[in-house]
Design a protein around this ligand. Structure first.
Ligand SMILES: Cc1cc2nc3c(=O)[nH]c(=O)nc-3n(C[C@H](O)[C@H](O)[C@H](O)COP(=O)(O)OP(=O)(O)OC[C@H]3O[C@@H](n4cnc5c(N)ncnc54)[C@H](O)[C@@H]3O)c2cc1C
Length: 430
């Protein structure tokens, strides 16, 4: 089960879910606020098909019923899914790297036994609660509190933008267990069973622009009690900073993979259209500036795909700088997905902007890849602690496009060779 077979599967099964989720979204918007309001639906049937294929347990070890793929295999197997649909890809990603991964890394044997088999089979969906209203990038200032009380934990606070919350049976929660001033030192991880019938839990969908096969929600906890019998603490008390940093490192590699998948989709569509359309007595693809545009895109995709694999390799080797490679892959692939998809839309001309054609959707779907799991500036800040600005510019997509002829730029292979020669170290280290 690798790239080609997942690509065929995604091409065969996903279009129906993409179409129905877009239709559902527009119906919701049309009826919003009326007595007949049509709710935004969670794609249970898609999740079931993905689970049957093992896609919800790619990171879960085989002994817990997962596929037990190593990071390089994970990115290879995952990429063809966002190459067909970014939203469906996000759903699968959340279950793997944000739901299961922190349990695999820091859960006790009992927690792993309790949750991982049903997560691998898709009976149990996970979500992650990091972001809060007004608190995204500055995660260490989060306010949601977990108080130790007799017999359990009391949770109070609001989480926002939580993918899959409506259907999730558990949330991997980042909550404050120390003082507000202690920032990262006072945050712990929890596995919180979500009792959707509880009046102490309030979950609401938030309509958004793209990725309609994936939905996100606000999740409010008001005196929400979790018994000690549920064994909710994940890892050490006040050990959340490290837990979530490692989780985001692993997950950013998948987000980067989502980005390269989306960029590949955009590129394939652009090449197809440029070969179909004729103008000035020639095919569009034969016009020099168009050829340059497509060549730039291909070059940048090759570089970004290498970075994804480099980051997966660093993760696999437990490299101390795996988080740097993950950030680099994430920011480059995120920018690329955005720019390549908007260029594909441009290459289609007005046709790219109409409701029946795909490029406009791909462009909209690509937008949040730059935002989630650490927006661009957050990544650049992190990377400049290890790389010079010149190094960071080297793989940056579209830096000289479309003015500079591609012949004047280093080739993808040359960029990759230079990157491979880098010795990553803290620039502040003496
Ligand atoms: C589709 C989608 C799904 C999501 N799913 C989840 C989920 O399942 N669980 C979850 O917890 N969260 C989720 N999120 C939230 C996501 O992780 C946050 O949106 C992200 O961390 C950014 O936070 P923010 O939106 O609050 O932006 P902000 O933190 O408000 O950032 C706004 C801007 O400020 C910039 N900025 C930040 N720091 C600096 C700096 N030091 N210098 C200069 N500029 C800076 C950022 O780059 C950004 O451009 C999701 C988001 C989206 C869009």
């Amino acid at each position: 089960m690798m790239r080609e077979s997942n690509h065929q599967w995604a091409q065969a099964v996903m279009p129906q879910y993409i179409e129905s989720s877009r239709l559902n979204f527009y119906q919701h918007m049309a009826t919003k606020g009326t007595a007949q309001e049509i709710p935004i639906l969670f794609p249970h049937a898609f999740i079931k098909e993905a689970a049957a294929r093992g896609l919800l347990g790619m990171v879960i070890p085989e002994r817990y019923g997962g596929l037990g793929l190593i990071p390089i295999e994970q990115v290879t197997a995952f990429e063809p899914i966002p190459q067909v649909d970014a939203g469906g890809g996000l759903k699968i990603l959340v279950q793997n790297t944000l739901g299961a991964y922190p349990i695999i890394k820091r859960g006790t044997d009992a927690q792993k036994e309790k949750y991982l088999p049903s997560m691998a089979s898709g009976e149990l969906l996970g979500c992650i609660g990091l972001s809060e209203p007004g608190i995204g990038s500055d995660l260490m200032s989060l306010r949601c509190r977990a108080e130790k009380v007799d017999g359990g934990w009391m949770i109070n606070g609001e989480k926002i933008w939580i993918t899959s919350a409506e259907a999730a049976g558990i949330m991997v929660l980042a909550a404050r267990t120390g003082t507000q001033e202690s920032r990262g030192e006072g945050i712990s991880g929890f596995i919180i069973p979500l009792d959707h019938q509880s009046p102490q839990l309030d979950i609401h969908v938030i309509p958004k622009h793209g990725q309609h096969t994936s939905q996100f929600y606000t999740v409010a906890f008001k005196d929400y009690f979790v018994s000690d019998k549920e064994d909710p603490l994940l890892g050490d008390l006040n050990g959340g900073r490290e837990l979530f940093r490692n989780t985001l490192t692993a997950s950013r590699i998948w987000i980067a993979t989502q980005g390269t998948g989306v960029a590949l989709h955009a590129y394939e569509m652009a090449v197809h259209h440029a070969n179909e359309l004729e103008m000035y007595g020639r095919k569009l693809v034969d016009l020099p500036l168009m050829k340059r545009n497509l060549d730039h895109m291909k070059r940048e995709i090759d570089i970004a795909r290498h970075l994804v694999r480099r980051a997966a390799w660093a993760e696999q080797q437990e490299d101390a700088h795996a988080h740097v490679w993950a950030s680099l892959a994430k920011v480059v692939a995120g920018e690329l997905a955005f720019l390549a998809s908007h260029d594909a839309e441009l290459i289609y001309g007005a046709t790219g902007y109409i409701m029946e054609s795909e490029p406009g959707y791909i462009a909209t779907d690509a937008e949040p890849i730059r935002i989630y799991e650490g927006a661009r500036e957050v990544q650049v800040n992190l990377l400049l602690k290890y790389l010079t600005e010149e190094q960071l510019r080297l793989p940056w997509p579209r830096a000289d496009h479309p003015v500079k002829p591609i012949e004047e730029l280093p080739t993808a292979d040359e960029v990759i060779a230079t990157i491979e020669s880098w010795e990553i170290k803290s620039r502040n280290a003496k």
